[in-house]
Every structure is written in structure tokens, then in C-alpha cells.
Design a protein around this ligand. Structure first.
Ligand SMILES: NC(=O)c1ccc[n+]([C@@H]2O[C@H](COP(=O)([O-])OP(=O)(O)OC[C@H]3O[C@@H](n4cnc5c(N)ncnc54)[C@H](O)[C@@H]3O)[C@@H](O)[C@H]2O)c1
Length: 442
């Protein structure tokens, strides 16, 4: 393909060189004349292992050249890749001016042509940027409509500085957001990539990059927080973490990474509190772990507020709310520190007429700590607990579903209540098609 690549920094120079080495014809554009001259001389504008040898080869073969002229760079181009910087502004927001300028420049050159062209954003941009900034600017500057001949896509870059050439050829996956036509162009461009290809919504492609970087940052901070405490407790955190990462079932795995409701149960909150207590005793701040508890409480509060809003927007007369699923986890009757119990408590406190059903909870069967916990938090559980899901949700304005138990799902479907808030995420297409359906985090 004939590719025009904007921004010859860390991402752009590696991308341009690697694409040229795989048979594409690439023209790079940068506003920095030093980078343009360096690239044309076969000298990498950035220091990256393996880049110099590849670059010398592709420049010598005429597969890659650089220019500061956008018109020249787009003369025979099929695809534009935007790899310019998206730095932080003073308030933390993303400064999109480099992206906007490039899109305007591309648009004004495309204005005179009917040649099909796809604009692919590789820079990291906030969700909504391609739809709300890139596409309208491109249409305005080119006088053309986004459609079959002019397409936009988001294809985030996952390379890491220092190993970027190796990462480029062996990414964890290729992700592309955009129309099927735009996705086909990106697939063709990166046809040599071995990993899986995910075609997703534009906003998902944009959001994914932030999710990855936030998770990586969280992993580092999590580990270093534990280390700061463990050192004082005479624990070698290197030994702990070496074993920790060996657990591919729970620790380094998809476990606990499915969007849904708050965590709870008899271990996670208790043990987090215990760690935080140890930290206080040793005068160590653990803001990430502290934040985990605070963030978890916010999930519950946020749902309670959404329920109140739904009741108000239904006129406020019908204050009946059904909570389906009370235990902290599927297929158990353990209510200890269940976020569903906390939610029920909150909603009862707001004067809502709460009715509860859980296929696994029977007050006559509760014993020990489980019984004591629920007595302390929901002393009137017996009165609000219904053995039959249909009874619990009869005439309810809002139904909260915290279990994907098939009998519960079938009852929700049959009742089709005005508002269904899904706290589980596995209720299935039919429930998700109900008019009043909302996901807790989607
Ligand atoms: N650096 C990384 O490891 C990495 C990894 C993945 C994604 N990203 C993302 O990729 C994007 C680029 O990052 P980077 O580290 O390569 O940035 P960089 O600052 O190294 O390079 C950006 C380049 O764009 C050029 N530029 C600015 N305006 C231009 C214009 N109008 N026309 C042509 N060129 C222009 C600059 O001169 C510079 O050479 C960012 O959004 C970044 O968040 C970076």
C-alpha cells in the first residue's frame, strides 16, 4: 500500500520503517526538519534497538522517504497514519492540537481529489476523538463525506520504547475501530502481524489504550506499595512477587477483570483492611490499596443513586425496588460483606420499598457469622425476602439483577420492568434488549 505517516517520533519512525520493511511504500511527514533530514539520510531520529539496520535498508530501496510537504506526501497515498504527539495540557487534559492540524492538512489536500483514502489514528486519543474531532474536521477540510471513499479508523499502538521494533512485529493483538471498510484497510496494512485481530467500536479502540496503560501503572504502584510496607515488616517483596506472578489462575489472568458490581465477601475487604492497619501502624501510606476500598464503596453508592434517579424519573410515586441476588457471589448463600447487602441497606435507608430474592438464600438456613452479619445489617431481611422472584419484582419500578441464575433471568424477562439495572453482565441478549435495561458499567 502507499502509506503516508504523520509524526516521525518514537512511534512514527518505528512504524514507518517497519511498514516499509514489510513491502509497503511509506512517506513520512514531520514538522521538524532535523527528523526529516535524518530519516532521509538513513539515520534513525530516535534510539531503538534494531531500527538503524532496518532504516538504512528501506531508505536505500526507496521504500521509505520523508518530507515536510503534506501535498507531496499524499500524492499517491491510500492510507494516512497519524502518529503525532498528544501531550498533557496543564490541567491533565489531552492536547489534540497536533492531531487537529494534521487532519486539517490531510483534508485540504484530499479536497481536490476523489481518490479513496483512509485516515488511521495511531496516537493515543481520548474516547470519542475520532468521531467528534477527527471525522468532522476531515469532512470540513476536504468537503467530502465520510463514507465509502473517505474513511476513518482508530488503531492504537502498543509498542514500548526500548523494544519497539520487536514489539511492532509481535504485538499482543491488533485492535481496530471503525467501519468494516476502514477495518479491512487496516487489516491489509498490518497483514504480517501474527497475533489476533480485534475489530471493535471506535470508542472501544480509543479506550483500550488507556485501559492498558492505566493497568500497567496500577501494577507498578500496587507492587511498590506492597514493597514499601513489606520491607518494614522484614519481608522480601521480591520473593513474594516471584511466587505471586506464578499464579496464572487468579493473579495474572482474566480473573477479576470483568466489569460488574463491587467486590465483597469474607476475605477481600477484611484482608485489605488488615493491610491498611499494618501500614498505619508502620506510618506508611498505601493510597492505591486505600483507594481500592474507597472505589469499591463508590460503586455501591453510584448504583443506589441511579436507583433513586430512576424512581424519581418514574414520577416518584412508585418506590418499589426489587433486588435479585443478595449473596456476595453466585451459587453461595454467604452474605458476609456482600455489596448487595450494603446496597439493600442504603436503599432501605433512603425510604425505598425494597424487596429481595436470592435463589440461594433462605433465612431459616443461615447460621453462625453469616446470620450474625445479616442480622446486624438487615435486621428485617425476613420481611423483605421473597422465595419467589416473581413476587419480589411484582410492580417494581426498578429491578436490580445481581445474579444470572436462569430462573431469575426468565422472571425478569417475563415481567419486563420499567427499569432493569444489570449488576452481573451475563443476563443475555434478551434481557439486554428490554426497553428499560441499563448495565452497571456499560
Ligand atoms: N512513545 C511510546 O512508547 C508510545 C507508545 C504507544 C503510543 N504512543 C502514542 O503515540 C503518539 C506519538 O508518541 P511519540 O512518543 O512517538 O511522540 P513524539 O513526540 O516522539 O513524536 C511526535 C512527532 O510528531 C511530530 N509532529 C507534530 N506535529 C506534526 C505535524 N503537524 N505534522 C507532522 N508531524 C508532526 C513531532 O515533530 C514529533 O516528531 C502519542 O499519542 C503517544 O501517546 C506512544
Amino acid at each position: 500500500m502507499n502509506v503516508t505517516l504523520f509524526g516521525l517520533g518514537y512511534v512514527g519512525s518505528v512504524t514507518a520503517t517497519c511498514l516499509a520493511s514489510r513491502g509497503h511504500h511509506v512517506v513520512g511527514v514531520d514538522t521538524d526538519p532535523g527528523k526529516v533530514a535524518a530519516l532521509n539520510a538513513g539515520v534513525p531520529p530516535v534510539l531503538e534497538a534494531g531500527l538503524d539496520a532496518l532504516l538504512v535498508d528501506v531508505v536505500a530501496r526507496g521504500a521509505l522517504r520523508a518530507t515536510d510537504s503534506v501535498r507531496d506526501a499524499l500524492a499517491d497515498s491510500d492510507v494516512s497514519l497519524i502518529c503525532v504527539g498528544t501531550p498533557s495540557a496543564h490541567n491533565g487534559s489531552t492536547d489534540l492540537r497536533q492531531v487537529e492540524r494534521v487532519v486539517r492538512e490531510i483534508g485540504s489536500v484530499l479536497a481536490g481529489s476523489t481518490r479513496p483514502h483512509t485516515v488511521v489514528v495511531r496516537s493515543t486519543v481520548p474516547p470519542g476523538t475520532v468521531e467528534e474531532v477527527v471525522a468532522p474536521l476531515l469532512e470540513e477540510a476536504s468537503g467530502r463525506r465520510i463514507g465509502d471513499d473517505l474513511q476513518v479508523a482508530m488503531c492504537p499502538e502498543f509498542l514500548r520504547e526500548g523494544t519497539s521494533v520487536a514489539d511492532f512485529f509481535d504485538p499482543p493483538f491488533l485492535v481496530v475501530g471503525g467501519s468494516p471498510g476502514a477495518a479491512a484497510v487496516v487489516r491489509e496494512l498490518f497483514g504480517f502481524v501474527r497475533g489476533p485481530v480485534h475489530e471493535v467500536e471506535l470508542r472501544s479502540a480509543e479506550s483500550l489504550k488507556y485501559a492498558c496503560n492505566a493497568f500497567h501503572a496500577l501494577k507498578v504502584s500496587f507492587t511498590n506499595e506492597l514493597s514499601r510496607l513489606y520491607r518494614l515488616l522484614d519481608v522480601d517483596s521480591r520473593e513474594v512477587m516471584e511466587v505471586f506472578v506464578g499464579d496464572r489462575q487468579l493473579n495474572i489472568s482474566p480473573a477479576y477483570l470483568r466489569p460488574g458490581f463491587a467486590f465483597g465477601g469474607s476475605c477481600l475487604p477484611k484482608d485489605l483492611r488488615s493491610l491498611l492497619h499494618l501500614a498505619r501502624m508502620n506510618c506508611v501510606d498505601l493510597p492505591v490499596l486505600q483507594g481500592a476500598l474507597a472505589s469499591n464503596e463508590m460503586v455501591v453508592r453510584d448504583v443506589a443513586e441511579r436507583v433513586l434517579d430512576a424512581v424519581e424519573s418514574g414520577g416518584g410515586q412508585n418506590r418499589r425496588v426489587a433486588l435479585l441476588g443478595l449473596s456476595f457471589k453466585h451459587n453461595t448463600d454467604d452474605l458476609r460483606e456482600s455489596p448487595n447487602v450494603a446496597l439493600a441497606e442504603m436503599m432501605l435507608g433512603k425510604g425505598l420499598d425494597v424487596r429481595i430474592h436470592d435463589p440461594h438464600v433462605n433465612t431459616a438456613m443461615l447460621t453462625g457469622a453469616n446470620l450474625r452479619y445479616v442480622h446486624a445489617r438487615l435486621p428485617h431481611l425476613q420481611k423483605v425476602l421473597h422465595d419467589d422472584a416473581a413476587d419480589a419484582l411484582r410492580d417494581a419500578q426498578v429491578v436490580l439483577v445481581s445474579t444470572s441464575d436462569p430462573s431469575v433471568v426468565a422472571t425478569v424477562l417475563a415481567a419486563a420492568p420499567p427499569v432493569v439495572i444489570d449488576l452481573d453482565g451475563r443476563l443475555g441478549r434478551s434481557v439486554e434488549s428490554l426497553a428499560g435495561y441499563q448495565g452497571v458499567g456499560w
